[in-house]
Design a protein around this ligand. Structure first.
Ligand SMILES: [Zn+2]
Ligand SMILES: [Zn+2]
Length: 232
Protein backbone atom coordinates (compact mmCIF):
# COMPACT_ATOMS: atom_id res chain seq x y z
CA UNK A 1 0.00 0.00 0.00
CA UNK A 2 1.17 3.49 -0.81
CA UNK A 3 1.65 5.19 2.54
CA UNK A 4 3.98 8.07 1.78
CA UNK A 5 1.29 10.75 1.50
CA UNK A 6 0.20 9.88 5.02
CA UNK A 7 3.77 9.83 6.32
CA UNK A 8 4.30 13.35 4.92
CA UNK A 9 0.98 14.51 6.36
CA UNK A 10 1.89 13.15 9.79
CA UNK A 11 5.18 14.99 9.65
CA UNK A 12 3.56 18.25 8.54
CA UNK A 13 0.63 17.92 10.91
CA UNK A 14 1.45 15.69 13.87
CA UNK A 15 -1.65 13.93 15.27
CA UNK A 16 -3.62 16.33 17.45
CA UNK A 17 -6.68 15.43 19.47
CA UNK A 18 -9.71 16.90 17.71
CA UNK A 19 -11.58 17.08 20.99
CA UNK A 20 -9.09 18.80 23.30
CA UNK A 21 -6.06 19.85 21.26
CA UNK A 22 -3.53 17.67 23.12
CA UNK A 23 -1.12 15.48 21.10
CA UNK A 24 -2.90 12.48 19.58
CA UNK A 25 -1.94 8.90 20.41
CA UNK A 26 -1.59 5.77 18.19
CA UNK A 27 -1.26 8.03 15.15
CA UNK A 28 -4.87 9.18 15.55
CA UNK A 29 -6.19 12.70 16.00
CA UNK A 30 -7.39 11.66 19.43
CA UNK A 31 -5.61 11.59 22.80
CA UNK A 32 -5.82 8.63 25.16
CA UNK A 33 -8.01 10.28 27.85
CA UNK A 34 -10.50 11.51 25.23
CA UNK A 35 -10.49 8.07 23.55
CA UNK A 36 -11.32 6.44 26.90
CA UNK A 37 -14.24 8.78 27.48
CA UNK A 38 -16.00 8.18 24.16
CA UNK A 39 -19.59 6.84 24.37
CA UNK A 40 -19.03 3.42 22.80
CA UNK A 41 -22.20 1.41 22.25
CA UNK A 42 -22.29 -1.85 24.13
CA UNK A 43 -25.61 -3.68 23.89
CA UNK A 44 -27.52 -3.15 20.67
CA UNK A 45 -30.14 -4.85 18.53
CA UNK A 46 -28.06 -7.01 16.15
CA UNK A 47 -30.40 -6.22 13.31
CA UNK A 48 -30.66 -2.41 13.49
CA UNK A 49 -28.01 -1.41 16.10
CA UNK A 50 -30.57 0.29 18.32
CA UNK A 51 -29.08 0.75 21.80
CA UNK A 52 -30.71 -1.72 24.19
CA UNK A 53 -30.77 -1.74 27.97
CA UNK A 54 -29.67 -5.31 28.63
CA UNK A 55 -27.92 -8.12 26.84
CA UNK A 56 -29.93 -10.88 25.21
CA UNK A 57 -30.33 -12.69 21.92
CA UNK A 58 -33.61 -10.98 21.04
CA UNK A 59 -34.15 -8.20 18.55
CA UNK A 60 -35.58 -4.82 19.46
CA UNK A 61 -39.36 -4.46 19.36
CA UNK A 62 -39.40 -2.68 16.01
CA UNK A 63 -37.29 -5.38 14.29
CA UNK A 64 -39.47 -8.13 15.78
CA UNK A 65 -42.56 -6.45 14.42
CA UNK A 66 -41.20 -5.50 11.01
CA UNK A 67 -37.60 -6.45 10.18
CA UNK A 68 -35.70 -3.93 8.06
CA UNK A 69 -34.48 -4.57 4.50
CA UNK A 70 -30.90 -5.07 5.73
CA UNK A 71 -29.58 -8.12 7.56
CA UNK A 72 -27.46 -6.63 10.32
CA UNK A 73 -26.18 -3.32 11.63
CA UNK A 74 -23.15 -2.16 13.53
CA UNK A 75 -22.81 1.27 15.12
CA UNK A 76 -19.81 2.42 17.08
CA UNK A 77 -21.11 5.17 19.36
CA UNK A 78 -24.21 6.51 21.03
CA UNK A 79 -25.25 9.64 19.20
CA UNK A 80 -24.32 11.95 22.04
CA UNK A 81 -21.52 14.36 22.99
CA UNK A 82 -18.71 14.57 22.02
CA UNK A 83 -19.54 12.38 18.98
CA UNK A 84 -22.52 14.54 18.09
CA UNK A 85 -20.26 17.57 17.98
CA UNK A 86 -17.64 15.78 15.87
CA UNK A 87 -20.23 14.62 13.33
CA UNK A 88 -21.97 17.98 13.22
CA UNK A 89 -18.66 19.68 12.51
CA UNK A 90 -18.04 17.22 9.65
CA UNK A 91 -21.19 18.17 7.85
CA UNK A 92 -20.97 21.87 8.18
CA UNK A 93 -17.31 22.69 7.98
CA UNK A 94 -15.96 19.80 5.90
CA UNK A 95 -13.56 18.48 8.50
CA UNK A 96 -11.53 15.83 6.74
CA UNK A 97 -9.56 15.12 9.91
CA UNK A 98 -12.81 14.28 11.74
CA UNK A 99 -13.88 11.93 8.95
CA UNK A 100 -10.49 10.20 8.99
CA UNK A 101 -10.68 9.74 12.75
CA UNK A 102 -14.19 8.25 12.65
CA UNK A 103 -13.23 5.97 9.75
CA UNK A 104 -10.16 4.76 11.66
CA UNK A 105 -12.13 4.07 14.86
CA UNK A 106 -14.79 2.20 12.91
CA UNK A 107 -12.17 0.07 11.15
CA UNK A 108 -10.42 -0.66 14.46
CA UNK A 109 -13.61 -2.21 15.86
CA UNK A 110 -14.44 -4.21 12.72
CA UNK A 111 -10.93 -5.39 11.87
CA UNK A 112 -11.08 -8.70 13.73
CA UNK A 113 -14.08 -10.02 11.83
CA UNK A 114 -13.59 -12.87 9.40
CA UNK A 115 -16.78 -12.24 7.42
CA UNK A 116 -16.09 -8.74 6.16
CA UNK A 117 -18.16 -7.54 3.19
CA UNK A 118 -16.89 -7.39 -0.37
CA UNK A 119 -17.43 -3.65 -0.67
CA UNK A 120 -18.32 -0.56 1.34
CA UNK A 121 -21.04 1.63 -0.13
CA UNK A 122 -21.32 5.08 1.46
CA UNK A 123 -24.80 6.64 1.50
CA UNK A 124 -24.74 9.00 -1.49
CA UNK A 125 -25.80 12.62 -1.48
CA UNK A 126 -27.82 13.99 -4.37
CA UNK A 127 -25.48 15.49 -7.01
CA UNK A 128 -26.92 18.96 -6.41
CA UNK A 129 -26.39 18.79 -2.68
CA UNK A 130 -22.89 17.38 -3.18
CA UNK A 131 -21.95 20.32 -5.42
CA UNK A 132 -23.37 22.77 -2.93
CA UNK A 133 -21.61 21.19 0.06
CA UNK A 134 -18.52 19.90 -1.77
CA UNK A 135 -18.25 17.10 0.75
CA UNK A 136 -20.02 13.86 1.54
CA UNK A 137 -19.12 12.89 5.10
CA UNK A 138 -20.14 9.25 4.54
CA UNK A 139 -17.68 8.96 1.62
CA UNK A 140 -14.84 10.54 3.58
CA UNK A 141 -15.39 8.26 6.60
CA UNK A 142 -15.68 5.25 4.27
CA UNK A 143 -12.40 6.09 2.50
CA UNK A 144 -10.40 5.61 5.69
CA UNK A 145 -12.39 2.58 6.84
CA UNK A 146 -12.01 0.90 3.44
CA UNK A 147 -8.28 1.56 3.27
CA UNK A 148 -7.68 0.24 6.79
CA UNK A 149 -9.84 -2.85 6.33
CA UNK A 150 -8.52 -3.42 2.80
CA UNK A 151 -12.03 -3.62 1.36
CA UNK A 152 -12.91 -1.83 -1.89
CA UNK A 153 -14.92 1.36 -1.64
CA UNK A 154 -17.70 1.37 -4.24
CA UNK A 155 -18.82 4.88 -5.16
CA UNK A 156 -20.69 3.76 -8.27
CA UNK A 157 -23.00 1.15 -6.76
CA UNK A 158 -25.84 3.59 -6.28
CA UNK A 159 -26.92 7.17 -6.76
CA UNK A 160 -29.35 9.47 -5.07
CA UNK A 161 -31.71 10.30 -7.91
CA UNK A 162 -34.05 12.58 -6.05
CA UNK A 163 -33.10 15.55 -3.90
CA UNK A 164 -35.02 15.01 -0.68
CA UNK A 165 -35.98 17.40 2.09
CA UNK A 166 -33.75 17.28 5.17
CA UNK A 167 -34.87 14.22 7.14
CA UNK A 168 -34.30 15.66 10.58
CA UNK A 169 -37.27 18.01 10.41
CA UNK A 170 -39.77 15.32 9.43
CA UNK A 171 -41.86 12.89 11.49
CA UNK A 172 -41.26 9.16 10.85
CA UNK A 173 -44.08 8.63 8.37
CA UNK A 174 -43.08 11.65 6.34
CA UNK A 175 -39.47 10.47 6.34
CA UNK A 176 -40.46 7.28 4.58
CA UNK A 177 -42.52 9.18 2.02
CA UNK A 178 -39.71 11.67 1.53
CA UNK A 179 -37.23 8.92 0.68
CA UNK A 180 -39.36 6.79 -1.60
CA UNK A 181 -37.52 6.23 -4.87
CA UNK A 182 -34.69 8.46 -3.68
CA UNK A 183 -31.98 5.94 -4.64
CA UNK A 184 -31.12 3.89 -7.71
CA UNK A 185 -28.60 1.06 -7.76
CA UNK A 186 -26.42 0.04 -10.67
CA UNK A 187 -28.29 -2.92 -12.17
CA UNK A 188 -25.13 -5.00 -12.61
CA UNK A 189 -24.06 -4.85 -8.98
CA UNK A 190 -21.47 -7.59 -8.65
CA UNK A 191 -21.12 -7.76 -4.86
CA UNK A 192 -23.17 -10.24 -2.90
CA UNK A 193 -22.18 -8.99 0.55
CA UNK A 194 -22.01 -5.24 1.11
CA UNK A 195 -21.85 -2.72 3.93
CA UNK A 196 -23.75 0.54 3.59
CA UNK A 197 -21.90 3.21 5.54
CA UNK A 198 -23.44 6.34 7.04
CA UNK A 199 -22.23 8.76 9.68
CA UNK A 200 -25.34 8.60 11.87
CA UNK A 201 -28.35 6.30 11.83
CA UNK A 202 -31.34 7.94 13.49
CA UNK A 203 -34.57 6.18 12.49
CA UNK A 204 -32.88 3.92 9.94
CA UNK A 205 -35.20 5.04 7.15
CA UNK A 206 -32.44 6.24 4.81
CA UNK A 207 -30.29 3.12 5.05
CA UNK A 208 -33.40 0.95 4.78
CA UNK A 209 -34.43 2.57 1.49
CA UNK A 210 -30.93 2.15 0.15
CA UNK A 211 -30.84 -1.49 1.28
CA UNK A 212 -34.05 -2.15 -0.67
CA UNK A 213 -32.58 -1.00 -3.98
CA UNK A 214 -29.30 -2.84 -3.40
CA UNK A 215 -31.27 -5.98 -2.64
CA UNK A 216 -33.17 -5.59 -5.90
CA UNK A 217 -29.87 -5.11 -7.71
CA UNK A 218 -28.64 -8.48 -6.42
CA UNK A 219 -26.99 -7.95 -3.02
CA UNK A 220 -27.67 -10.98 -0.84
CA UNK A 221 -26.23 -9.86 2.48
CA UNK A 222 -26.50 -6.20 3.40
CA UNK A 223 -25.18 -4.71 6.59
CA UNK A 224 -25.19 -1.20 7.89
CA UNK A 225 -22.13 0.43 9.40
CA UNK A 226 -22.57 3.71 11.22
CA UNK A 227 -20.39 5.84 13.43
CA UNK A 228 -23.30 6.63 15.69
CA UNK A 229 -26.79 5.38 16.41
CA UNK A 230 -29.52 7.44 17.99
CA UNK A 231 -31.80 5.84 20.58
CA UNK A 232 -35.56 5.98 20.33
ZN1 LIG B 1 -8.19 14.83 23.82
ZN1 LIG C 1 -33.71 -3.61 15.89
Amino acid sequence: MNNWPFIILDWLYPPTCLLCGDPGSDGLDLCKPCADSLPYLEVTCPRCALPLASSGPSLCGACQKKPPAFDAAFALFHYQEPIRHLIHALKFTARYAGARLLGALLAERLAGRNDLPEAIIPVPLHAGRYRERGFNQAIEIARTAARRLEIPLDLRACRRIRATAAQAQLPAKERRKNLRRAFAARPDLSHRHVAILDDVVTTGTTVNELAKVLRQAGAERIEIWACARAGR
